[in-house]
Design a protein around this ligand. Structure first.
Ligand code: MSP
Length: 510
């Protein structure tokens, strides 16, 4: 069977989930659902990143013991995933025993291969980014203080540390990127990584001694593992590492790690180097998306504009939110979240274009065809043209989604939705009822068949509403995948009474 392993980043549990986290997870979910629809065995992983100084600090600020705090926030991330309709097959927490075992095993392999040595770290560290920075990377402010390139405060760290021999990997990584031109996408991110690696790689500090909230280094418990080494390992932990007899191990290497643009370096440089140093195959692809601002401003606790995606679901519904996030902005670019833009898409594209098409077609079948699916009958070229364009959608979307071009995939579907609306206007089946009822039935069947394809391919984006639409088209649960589209549907089947799928959003008065 065709396999597909994809992951979201694991989320830091230093604060509550927000729209940025929901975005990464929803995008990954659409791909997971698409692959399942296309007959793949999918392993879709998400979870939480719970160690390190940043989380330890957040727990202390909340006045809670660290484990209790991480339990609470991890539960909230789990609930957020469920509320976003995320169909993950596993949820990993880095505080789980299976993960500690995998980290220890990876560490031991790196030591056995001579890739880790004990030394002394002296340099800058940003807790907010959980990252080390070179002096040359920092931004010096007029008052003399230094900031990380991300704007995070940095502190001077001086402590014994284990190092990963990253410097030995420069040439091998460049050769690897060369042989795997699609390893990092989009291309702007690939170029950033290439120039970073070409600039030379220093060995990476991979343990800390100044706090304890982490996985102890084997045989040297004064050190805990660097949180990024710990976190990246989650992707192999969940595949059963180090137990290669685990039923999930064949899913490794992962087909796709989806990550935000600020964490590409960890995934595209450190991670493949560590894996190759341990004799494990690197992942196949890293795809980086952009960042959302909110009504034109950066999201931040201090501005008080952090959006809980669950509030948006309560107000607009889950599927309109999922649709908006993937339609509004090309994946890979930055974008701005605004209520106005969401409402426009919901009322225009969902309620008007698709909702009305479904409602008009289904209401006419209910009224004029005894509520039964009409026969195919004799089709004219205009009918065949619409259906041919609709039938091409699975192939077209497959190509767009392989490039993570979600917005293009949706635009392709809307071309067919608009064509079907033009078709219904021209054919005017309501007028044919008296003049040519046989032709009316053919037209309504063409529309029902076009809607079937549209609803089938949109399931990954809007699973709840498309399930309702497929119910109204009397599609058996076993015939909702891409392969089933090859079969014609039987005529004469009773369709349930139609009901609207996308209510228009009307702003509450007062
Ligand atoms: N714990 C690390 C990842 C470890 S993966 C081995 C981490 N966590 S995070 O919680 O800070 O971020 C997780 C994801 O959320 C990242 O992909 C990040 O890009 C995404 N987002 C956080 N804020 C965002 C926006 N405002 N907009 C879009 N996505 C953003 O990094």
């Amino acid at each position: 069977m065709k396999k597909f392993y994809l992951t979201t980043p694991i989320y830091y549990v230093n604060g509550a989930p927000h729209i940025g986290h929901a975005y990464t997870s929803i995008a990954a979910d659409v791909l997971a659902r698409w692959r399942r629809l296309d007959g793949f065995a999918v392993f879709f992983l998400t979870g939480t990143d719970e160690h390190g100084q940043k989380v330890e600090k957040a727990a202390a600020e909340a006045g809670l013991d660290t484990q209790t705090f991480t339990d609470l926030v991890a539960d909230d991330f789990r609930a957020m995933a469920a509320a976003m309709g995320v169909s993950n097959d596993d949820f990993i927490r880095t505080t789980e025993a299976r993960h500690k075992r995998a980290c220890v095993a990876l560490w031991e392999r790196l030591v056995a291969n001579g890739a880790i040595y004990l030394g002394h770290y002296e340099g800058w560290y940003a807790v907010r980014d959980e990252a080390f920075y070179g002096e040359d990377e920092l931004v010096k402010k007029p008052d003399g203080t230094r900031l990380a390139p991300t704007g995070a405060p940095v502190e001077w760290v001086r402590e014994p540390s284990y190092f990963f021999r990253l410097s030995a990997w420069q040439e091998k990584l460049l050769a690897f990127y060369d042989q795997n031109p699609d390893f990092i996408a989009p291309v702007a991110r690939r170029n950033e990584v290439l120039s970073f690696v070409r600039g030379g790689l220093a060995d990476l500090s991979v343990s800390r001694t100044s706090f304890t909230w982490g996985i102890p280094v084997p045989n040297d418990p004064a050190h805990v593992m660097y949180v990024w080494l710990d976190a990246l390992t989650n992707y192999i932990t969940a595949a059963g590492f180090p137990d290669e007899a685990d039923p999930r191990w064949p899913f490794w290497p992962a087909d796709l790690h989806i990550v935000g643009k600020e964490i590409v370096r960890f995934h595209a440089v450190y991670w493949p180097a560590m894996l190759m140093a341990a004799g494990i195959a690197p992942p196949k692809r890293i795809y980086s998306h952009g960042w959302w601002t909110v009504e034109g401003e950066k999201m931040s606790k201090s501005l008080g504009n952090v959006i809980d995606p669950r509030q948006l679901v309560a107000e607009f519904g889950l599927d309109p939110l999922r649709y908006f996030l993937l339609r509004e902005v090309p994946f890979g670019n930055d974008g701005d979240f605004s209520r106005r833009a969401l409402i426009n898409r919901l009322n225009g594209e969902l309620a008007n274009d698709l909702g009305n098409l479904a409602q008009r077609t289904l209401a006419l079948i209910a009224r004029n065809c005894d509520g039964r699916r009409p026969a195919i009958g004799e089709r004219l070229p205009v009918d065949a043209a619409l259906l041919a364009a609709a039938s091409a959608l699975p192939g077209v979307l497959g190509e767009r989604l392989a490039r993570l071009a979600f917005h293009e995939a949706l635009e392709e579907v809307w071309k067919i939705v608009r064509a079907a609306n033009a078709y219904i206007d021209h054919q005017a089946p309501w007028a044919l009822r008296k003049t040519d009822p046989a032709r009316m039935a053919v037209v309504l069947r063409v529309l029902a068949d076009a809607l079937r394809v549209i609803a089938t391919v949109l399931q990954p984006f809007m699973p709840g509403s498309m399930a309702r639409l497929l119910d109204q088209l009397a599609m058996p649960a076993s015939a909702r995948d891409l392969a089933a589209l090859a079969e014609d549907l039987p005529e004469g089947v009773d369709l349930p009474a139609p009901s609207g799928i996308f209510p228009r959003f009307v702003a509450p008065v007062g």
